[in-house]
Ligand binder design. Structure first.
Ligand code: G3P
Length: 215
C-alpha cells in the first residue's frame, strides 16, 4: 500500500520524506489556505522534495475553468496529478485531461457510483473520504470495500486512494480492505509507529543494561 501525506506544509512533507516511506502528497484548497502561501509556488517546492505523485486541486468548478487550471497545474512538474471534484463537470474534465496524458485524482467521492464513473473516464486516482462519512454517521470504510469490489470485478486500473483519514485504525482497515493508497495527515503518520509496549520495552532494555554494566 502506498503512503501519501495529506498536507501543504513543506516542513511536514520534508519530515515525512526523511522517514523513507513517503510515496506521494495530496493537497487541497483548505490545506493551502491554512498555509497562506501561493498554491503554484508551493506545488513547485513540494515537487522538488517528492518525486512521487503530487495532487494539485483546481479551484474552478466549471468544465472550462477546470481544464484551464488543470493544464496550468500540470505544467508545474511532471509528477503533478490534477485533482478534480467528483461532479459532472469534473468527470468531463477528467476525461479530457486523461486523454491529453495528464493524470487526475477525482476527489470528494462519497458513493461507489462516483468511483465507477471516474474510473470509466480514465481517472488515475479516486479519493473516497472516510472520515467525513463517519462524521455523519455513515460507515466510511464500507465505501472503501465497495469501491475495491467494483474495481476488481471489472479490472479498472484507477487507484483507490483512501482520504479523510483521522486515526491509525482507519489505515489498518484500509490495508485489510485493499486500498491502493492512503493519504494521511502528518500527526497520524507519526502515530503509525507508536505503541506503549514499544516505549516501555525499550526503557526496560536500556535500564537493565545500565544496571548490569553501568553507563
Ligand atoms: O485531502 C482530502 C481529505 O483527506 C480531507 O480530509 O480530514 O478534511 O476530511 P478531512
Amino acid at each position: 500500500m502506498d503512503l501519501y501525506i495529506d498536507t501543504a506544509s513543506l516542513d511536514e512533507i520534508k519530515q515525512a520524506a526523511a522517514m523513507g516511506v513517503l510515496d506521494g502528497v495530496t493537497t487541497n484548497p483548505s490545506l493551502i489556505a491554512k498555509e497562506g502561501v501561493d498554491y503554484s509556488k508551493r506545488l513547485a517546492e513540494i515537487c522538488e522534495v517528492v518525486p512521487g505523485p503530487v495532487s494539485a486541486e483546481v479551484i474552478a468548478t466549471d468544465y472550462e475553468g477546470m481544464l484551464k487550471e488543470g493544464r496550468e497545474r500540470a505544467k508545474i512538474a511532471s509528477n503533478i496529478v490534477v485533482k478534480l471534484p467528483s461532479t459532472l463537470d469534473g468527470l468531463r474534465a477528467c476525461k479530457t485531461l486523461s486523454d491529453e496524458g495528464t493524470r487526475t485524482n477525482l476527489t470528494l467521492c462519497f458513493q461507489p457510483l462516483q468511483a465507477l464513473m471516474v474510473a470509466k473516464a480514465g481517472a488515475f486516482l479516486v479519493s473516497p473520504f472516510i472520515g467525513r462519512l463517519d462524521d455523519i454517521g455513515q460507515d466510511g470504510m464500507e465505501l472503501i470495500r465497495q469501491i475495491r469490489a467494483v474495481y476488481d470485478n471489472y479490472g479498472y486500473p484507477t487507484k483507490l486512494l483512501a482520504a479523510s483519514i483521522r486515526h491509525p485504525l482507519h489505515i489498518v482497515d484500509c490495508a485489510l480492505a485493499g486500498a491502493d493508497v492512503v493519504t494521511v495527515p502528518f500527526g497520524v503518520i507519526k502515530q503509525m509507529m507508536n505503541h506503549p509496549l514499544t516505549d516501555s520495552g525499550l526503557a526496560k532494555f536500556v535500564a537493565d543494561y545500565k544496571k548490569a554494566f553501568g553507563g
